[in-house]
Structure formats: structure tokens, C-alpha cells
Design a protein around this ligand. Structure first.
Ligand SMILES: NC(=O)C1=CN([C@@H]2O[C@H](COP(=O)(O)OP(=O)(O)OC[C@H]3O[C@@H](n4cnc5c(N)ncnc54)[C@H](O)[C@@H]3O)[C@@H](O)[C@H]2O)C=CC1
Ligand SMILES: O=C(O)CCC(=O)C(=O)O
Length: 409
């Protein structure tokens, strides 16, 4: 019998990078007992060995699931990114291997927005430099470079979930908000979209970056853009380390053209707490340096743990792929009394007609069928009588273009 569905106790989950315990609890409550939780990221041979043996893996931003790593993931059914960004996963390779990738697109939005707003207020008052001086015995009691947030212009680059949440919080302080986005966005409150990054940089007292890591956002704040910032302004980056060129930023801060910065993400980040953090920004008193903790609040981590664990559980239990970031999205009803066949295939001519030819065999009694495609991949789900499911599965698995099959009982 070509059963490709395992007993739940044999389905292995590996959760890395200190994912919140509530994810483990949720998996256990759903009868997935084989869950390994590690506090650190994995890389190299250790990652290859571990990933070869698991059905689901959970990562945050540090473990890199490249195309090469995924070639070793022979059993992998799903990946949970317990964060917003999914740039650490080769999404195309995952899709071509029929591996579903999920994330938590909103669970740490508020945490990032609150941190950025707090940093904006502290930097406008010159607090980081005064704090550093006081720790060394200094006493910088002056109003120089110290401003209220009220009435200042905040320029937000990337008006998505975080950028727009920040916009609302900043307006409640009486700030003016302008934003730049590649997509026309509905402005919240009195915010307004400007025509270019250059316009935003020329007008903003504070520039805050909230774009994803993409080829088009790589080094989008380089020497030229930093030079276009208003003299005496502030830069905040809690997006990705590939967005800002650090050397010209350090130069602009030393020259006093940029009067402060808060940087949470870096081109190269230490892999573990034991590795040294190296950056030209170290030692600059008016720069807040944080170790990629924009989304690291207990509230966010617990919410993320639950949200992503439930997405993995639902996908494993029912085949529902809603909110997957790389596979076709199919929302499936319960299938009581029926077996469910899941068939992920290359979206090429002839595959569906062959599947339908097999399913139209008089011996196959179908109760429901679902199809969705995304880019080069199709996802077909068929609910049918238990007595015909093994035969149908065997035939479906042989259809040219098949990537992966599963059966759920
Ligand atoms: N520091 C941290 O711990 C965290 C960092 N992040 C980072 O923040 C990023 C943004 O998060 P969300 O707001 O949830 O994403 P989102 O997808 O909701 O918004 C991103 C926005 O950027 C815009 N955009 C894309 N390319 C652009 C470009 N070249 N110029 C201007 N706008 C552009 C998009 O149109 C979109 O409106 C994430 O992709 C992630 O990398 C997210 C959470 C925590
Ligand atoms: O929590 C993390 O490790 C990464 C947070 C982040 O950058 C994200 O959610 O995209």
C-alpha cells in the first residue's frame, strides 16, 4: 500500500533559534510528540544532517535554508518562519520541492513600531550620547541637538504593516508623517505619500526604513542617499541589514551631518551570542545599536509561536495551505469518513488532464476536489472513499510532473 501519511508520533518537528515554548505546547496538544527545540541557529554539516531527518522545521532569521540546504531536506513537508521576513529561505526551491513555507506576517509588527518610536524620541533628545557620557562620568546638560518629537517630520520608507503602524503611533505624538513606497498606499491619518525616496530624504527629520530584503532594496540607503538626507537628521533601520551601507553612514555621523541613528540589523550579524559583533558604528555615542531584537518581545514571540505552530499543524493535519508564502493557497473543509489525497505537481500542460483521467475511473468515488496554482506549481486535493484511495494515490504518484503526494486519513 503506497501510504505516504505517517502516524503523528512519527512526524518530526525541529524548532531552532529559541522559538517560544508555546509552539512546542501547541504541537504536543495536537498530538505531535516528536518535537526537538534548540536555542540556537544551525549551519553547515550540522544543519544538513538535521534537516535530512525532519518533516517540519521552524526557524527565525538566522538559519539560512538555501537551495543547497533544501536539496538535503528529503522528508521536509513544511517550513515555519517564526518571524515576518522569509528572505532566509529559498522560497523558489522550496516551492519546486513542494515544501510549504509559512510565517507570522503581523505578530511582531507592534513590537517593531514601538521600538522605533521610542528610539526616535530618544535620538531627537540626544539621549544615547548623554547617557554614554554619564556612564563615563560626564554631565552633558544642554539643549543642543535636543528636540521635541511634536511637529517633526518622520519619513517612512516602506508603508506596509510596520510602516503604517508606526505612522499612526507617530501622528498621535503630533509628528508629521510622509512615506515612500513602490506601491500606491492608502495613507492613514494625515500621512501622505511622496513621489520618491529623494523627496522623502530631503524633507524628513527622521528616516525610518521598513522594506523587505529584496534585490531592489539592497543598499537602497548608500552614500548617495545618505548625502541626500536633511542636514541634522536621524536614520533608523529595523528592516534588514542589506538595506543600509554602514561605512558611509558611520562617516556621515562622524561628520555630524547625520546626528543620530538606531540600527537593529546589520550586513553581517553574529551567528550566536558567543561571536563578537563587529561594526564601524561601534563606539559612536549617538548611535543606538541593538542585536536584531525589533520583534523580540515576550508578547510577540508567544503570538508568533502559536500562530506559526497552528499553520504547520493545520497544513499537516488537513492540507490547508492558506497564507503559505510560496505554495498555492487552498482552504479545505473537514473530510470526515473520507481519505484525502494531496498532489503537488509542476504546473505544465497535460498534468491536470492526466489527473482527471485517473479520477474519472469508474472505481474512484470522489466526494470533493480542489485545485489551485501558483507560478510553476499546482496543488490538487481530492477527498474520496477509503477503498479507492490507495489505488488512486498509486496512479497519481506516477503522473509525469508530480512533485509530492500525501494521503490523510
Ligand atoms: N528588526 C526586526 O526584528 C524585524 C524586522 N522586520 C523586517 O521589516 C520588514 C517589513 O515588515 P512589514 O512592514 O511587515 O512588511 P510589509 O510587507 O507589510 O511592508 C513592506 C513594504 O515595503 C514596500 N516596499 C518594497 N520594496 C520597496 C522599495 N524598494 N521602496 C519602497 N518601499 C518598498 C512594500 O510595497 C510594502 O508596502 C520585513 O520584511 C522584515 O525584513 C520585520 C519584523 C521584525
Ligand atoms: O525574531 C527574529 O529572529 C527575526 C525577526 C525579524 O526580523 C522578522 O520578523 O522578520
Amino acid at each position: 500500500m503506497p501510504k505516504t501519511s505517517l502516524d503523528k508520533s512519527k512526524i518530526k518537528f525541529l524548532l531552532l533559534e529559541g522559538i517560544h515554548q508555546c509552539a512546542v505546547d501547541a504541537l504536543h496538544a495536537a498530538d505531535y510528540s516528536s518535537v526537538e527545540l534548540l536555542p540556537r541557529a544551525l549551519e553547515g554539516q550540522e544543519l544538513l544532517d538535521k534537516i535530512a531527518d525532519v518533516h517540519f522545521i521552524g526557524v527565525r532569521s538566522r538559519t539560512q535554508l538555501t537551495g543547497e540546504v533544501l536539496q538535503h531536506a528529503h522528508k521536509l513537508v513544511g517550513i515555519g518562519c517564526f518571524c515576518i521576513g522569509t528572505n532566509q529561505v529559498d522560497l523558489n526551491t522550496a516551492r519546486e520541492k513542494g515544501i510549504a513555507v509559512f510565517n507570522a506576517p503581523y505578530s511582531n509588527t507592534r513590537s517593531v513600531a514601538e521600538l522605533v518610536l521610542a528610539e526616535a524620541i530618544l535620538l531627537l533628545r540626544g539621549i544615547p550620547a548623554r547617557n554614554a557620557a554619564a556612564h563615563r562620568g560626564g554631565w552633558l546638560k544642554s539643549a543642543e541637538n535636543s528636540h521635541e518629537a511634536r511637529g517633526k517630520t518622520l519619513g517612512i520608507v516602506g508603508y506596509g504593516a510596520i510602516g503604517s503602524q508606526l505612522s499612526v503611533l507617530a501622528e498621535s505624538l503630533g509628528m508629521h508623517v510622509i512615506f515612500h513606497d513602490v506601491v500606491a498606499k492608502l495613507p492613514l491619518g494625515n500621512a501622505h505619500q511622496v513621489d520618491s525616496l529623494k523627496t522623502l530624504l530631503a524633507q524628513s527629520d527622521i528616516v525610518s526604513l521598513h522594506v523587505p530584503q529584496l534585490p531592489s532594496t539592497q543598499w537602497m540607503m548608500g552614500a548617495q542617499q545618505i548625502a541626500q538626507m536633511k542636514p541634522g537628521s536621524i536614520l533608523i533601520n529595523a528592516s534588514r541589514g542589506t538595506v543600509v551601507e554602514i561605512e558611509p553612514l558611520a562617516e556621515a555621523i562622524k561628520a555630524g551631518r547625520v546626528i543620530g541613528a538606531a540600527i537593529d540589523v546589520f550586513p553581517v550579524e553574529p551567528k550566536s551570542t558567543k561571536d563578537e559583533f563587529v561594526s564601524p558604528l561601534r563606539g559612536l555615542d549617538n548611535v543606538i545599536l541593538t542585536p536584531h531584537i525589533g520583534g523580540s518581545t515576550l508578547e510577540a514571540q508567544a503570538n508568533i509561536g502559536l500562530e506559526v505552530a497552528h499553520k504547520l499543524i493545520t497544513y499537516s493535519d488537513t492540507g490547508t495551505s492558506t497564507s503559505s508564502v510560496n505554495l498555492p493557497e487552498v482552504a479545505l473543509p473537514a473530510h470526515p469518513g473520507k481519505n484525502r489525497l494531496l498532489h503537488i505537481h509542476r504546473n505544465i500542460p497535460g498534468v491536470m488532464s492526466e489527473i482527471n483521467r485517473i479520477l474519472s475511473d469508474g472505481e474512484v468515488n470522489i466526494s470533493a476536489q480542489f485545485l489551485q496554482t501558483r507560478d510553476n506549481v499546482g496543488y490538487v486535493v481530492v477527498d474520496l472513499d477509503a477503498r479507492s484511495s490507495d489505488m488512486a494515490l498509486e496512479k497519481l504518484a506516477k503522473v509525469p510532473g508530480t512533485i509530492r503526494t500525501r494521503v490523510l486519513f
